[in-house]
Design a binder for this molecule. Structure first.
Ligand code: GLC
Length: 713
């Protein structure tokens, strides 16, 4: 296809329509009534819909084929539509939320899971996926932490690249592939006070060293598109931020694909106060480098006039349209606008047994065992178990951004348990307990608990409390559940708490009073089965936290890779008053980054280096021993600290990790090559290099329990 010739034949209005993305509801085969509603308010004409370039939210092979067929007839140039959707952690088979996927510390497994998501979504007619969300997160008050893989730039980069590889495969022309759109550029996760859509203020060093790397990793993996973020970044909203979208994204990172605004973010420049009206908003966004306007119509409404007055150079419009056409070409849309999507293919792949099995395996690997006093877990299949709390039988385990999943196809915890032992072993007192006034019979729960050998308290956030626009000022479990938990704890029965939630919570009381605590997150379509697999020991606990659990919400933002300050609390004069500390809580989070238990304890000893300086193929070695009677899947973690540099450096940074299977009693030596690239960091001017000096090297099971040694560069 000669795209330049195609472009030359397009009128300016057709080009502007190509850059406009409308909701699927406006692309109704036969058209008509929809145009009198919202579209009319958006000053969009029927011919604009016919010339538009992409669709958001049209789902299903039959529907997307019908829209595409109608469009190809109506569009003068027969340019196929791109169908775009958020397939954040699965399409019909829903995998755990990304914050849980991150806890697998297994990018290869997650890549396999995202390949399934791509196969299912592409069968249903989707072409572009608004994923991976590569925003670094440090603030559990922000509801969208559920969409991220956590607080570490290195791990987030590994996962962002794995998501892209899973979606895009080896060839965008492969009908099973989706084009990945990495988001939200930039630093949306640093919204002030954890309040969604709020302003972000970050210096160049923080942006480049901590917030940019995961976006870059996604682009290095070949992500086809980028989405600009809602937030203002250092006073300029990302959607109007030419430094970000042109100087950095195009100039430094050499990205040449289309940039799409987030939903309505172009028009929102007026709310931000950087545009007088939609006309100025459209001008600023296009000039800043946003090619596709999602769900508003400033480009269409004002683009022709802006070109006529000379305020907008039509060459910018041409460049934007060309980038979009090139993506359509890369996806083979001009050859096959339907990309083999069909109801038959949908029927064969959506939610098929193989996909569900992978969902169960992935969910099991994402669970984090936070406490297991007296080895309460794994449970005996002979025990009488009281299953108490709203998540005992609930099916809404899919979590945010799972609109194409189906609760009714989700395995509840109770259903998972019934695979392990007969119903006679269980008494169930589910109740609701999500909100303070929910009906929850305490007496019934206490009576059930009294009769049982073990209590399973299934608690957590309601799905409506997690995801976009769900910032919370408190991180406790919903009120009704605290009262329920206290009543059960008071009985002194062996009690395991299983949590279903989308963010780190304040678990002080639960952690103190429960015998065992399992963080299940929102585990997806096979969630209940995966949790039961772990509770009965059919899978080993392997998950490790990728986001710190605060001791209290007042600690937030809390993260492992912070700076030492001039008055670190760890200094020997610990009774000193004048240190960087709280007077009412510890500095340390309740559960640190990298934390997660096995059924057995694993000892780390004998950390040693092959030399004292980094130039000479340095290797770190440590011996791990399984001290228990269960096999262990240990995640040995390597952290490094640049002790003295031209800027303050984090007290530790994850640089490598190893999954180490250990049979009971087995010892194994783990070797970590140390290379100078691990010592490099991004400087304020964007350059990345290591500085000579002293480095501390640490190895251990998580960020707060580490053996240490030193070397120099
Ligand atoms: C939302 C989200 C973004 C999503 C887009 C389209 O508001 O911010 O992540 O991709 O709209 O659904």
């Amino acid at each position: 296809m000669n795209l330049h010739a195609l472009l030359e034949n397009m009128t300016l209005r057709e080009k502007l329509a190509q850059l406009t993305q409308l909701d699927g509801q406006f692309h109704v085969p036969g058209g008509g009534e929809e145009l009198t509603g919202p579209l009319h308010d958006m000053h969009i004409r029927e011919e604009d819909v016919a010339a538009s370039g992409s669709v958001l939210g049209a789902i299903g092979a039959q529907r997307t084929r019908a829209i595409q067929e109608q469009h190809l007839k109506a569009d003068r140039h027969h340019i196929p539509l791109l169908f775009m959707l958020d397939v954040i952690h699965g399409f019909r088979t829903i995998f755990p939320i990304p914050l849980a996927l991150g806890c697998t510390w297994d990018p290869e497994l997650v890549q396999e899971a995202m390949r399934v998501a791509a196969k299912e979504a592409s069968a249903a007619g989707i072409h572009v996926n608004f994923s991976p969300m590569a925003d670094l997160v440090r603030d559990a008050r922000w509801g969208r932490v559920m969409e991220s893989t956590g607080e570490d730039p290195y791990l987030n980069g590994l996962f962002a690249a794995a998501f892209v590889r899973g979606y895009q495969g080896d060839d965008l022309r492969d009908p099973d592939s989706l084009a990945a759109c990495v988001k939200h550029l930039a630093a949306y996760g640093a919204a002030e006070a954890g309040r969604d859509y709020n302003a972000v203020e970050l210096g160049q060093y923080a942006l480049r060293a901590f917030y940019f790397p995961a976006y870059q990793a996604a682009l290095d993996a070949g992500a086809a598109m980028v989405m600009s973020s809602f937030n203002a970044l250092n006073g300029i909203p990302s959607t109007a931020n030419a430094w970000l979208l042109r100087d950095v994204l195009r100039g430094e990172w050499k990205f040449n694909g289309p940039v799409i605004s987030d939903w309505g973010a172009v028009q929102e420049l007026v709310n931000h106060g950087v545009a007088e009206d939609g006309r100025e908003a459209g001008l600023k966004a296009l000039k800043a480098g946003v090619e596709i306007e999602m769900m508003t119509s400033d480009y269409l409404q004002y683009g022709e006039e802006l070109v006529e007055t000379g305020e907008l150079d039509e060459a910018l419009v041409d460049q934007a349209v060309l980038r979009l056409l090139e993506l359509k070409e890369k996806m083979g849309l001009f050859d096959d606008p339907y990309r083999q999507a069909s109801p038959e293919k949908e029927k064969a792949v959506l939610g098929c047994p193989a996909h569900r099995q992978l969902a169960r395996k992935t969910a099991a690997r994402s669970l984090v065992l936070l406490k297991n006093e007296g080895n309460l877990l794994p449970l005996s299949k002979e025990s009488r178990v009281a299953v108490i709390g709203p998540y005992g039988t609930a099916r809404h385990l899919l979590g945010g951004w799972s609109c194409t999943g189906r609760d009714e196809e989700t395995v509840s915890l109770y259903e998972g348990l019934l695979e392990k032992a007969p119903a006679s072993r269980f008494s169930v007192c589910a109740g609701a307990g999500f909100y303070p006034d929910d009906p929850l019979s305490l007496d019934e729960a206490v009576a059930a608990a009294r009769e049982a050998d073990v209590v399973l308290l299934a608690l957590g956030e309601h799905p409506d409390m997690s995801g976009e626009a769900t910032s919370r000022a408190f991180l406790d479990i919903p009120a009704g559940q605290t009262e329920l938990a206290r009543a059960v704890f008071a009985l002194g029965k062996p009690t395991a708490v299983v949590l279903f939630n989308g963010r780190p919570l304040d678990l002080r009381e639960i952690s103190e009073k429960a015998d065992a605590v399992v963080e299940a997150w929102f585990p997806g379509s096979e969630g209940g089965a995966a949790v039961a697999d772990l509770l009965y020991g059919d899978v080993l606990p392997q998950g490790r936290l990728t986001m710190s659990f605060p001791y209290a919400v007042g600690q937030v933002p809390v993260y492992y890779n912070g700076f030492n300050t001039g008055r670190p609390i760890d200094r020997e004069w610990s009774d000193q008053r004048y240190l960087s500390r709280y007077i009412d809580i510890p500095n340390a989070p309740l559960y640190p980054f990298g934390f997660g238990l096995n059924f057995s304890s694993v000892k780390y000893e004998g950390l040693r280096l092959s030399g004292r300086c980094a130039e000479s193929n340095l290797e770190a070695r440590v011996t791990l021993t399984n001290m228990g009677e269960y096999p262990a899947e240990e995640v040995a973690q390597l952290y490094i600290r640049d002790v003295s540099a031209s800027v303050v450096r984090p007290v530790k940074e994850l640089k490598a990790y190893r999954r180490v299977p250990l049979a009971p009693g087995e010892s194994r030596e783990v070797v970590f090559p140390v290379n100078t690239d691990m010592l490099a960091f991004v400087h304020e001017d964007g350059s990345r290099y290591a500085e000579p000096g002293r480095f501390r090297l640490m190895v251990g099971p998580h960020a707060a329990e580490l053996l240490e040694t030193e070397f120099t560069l």
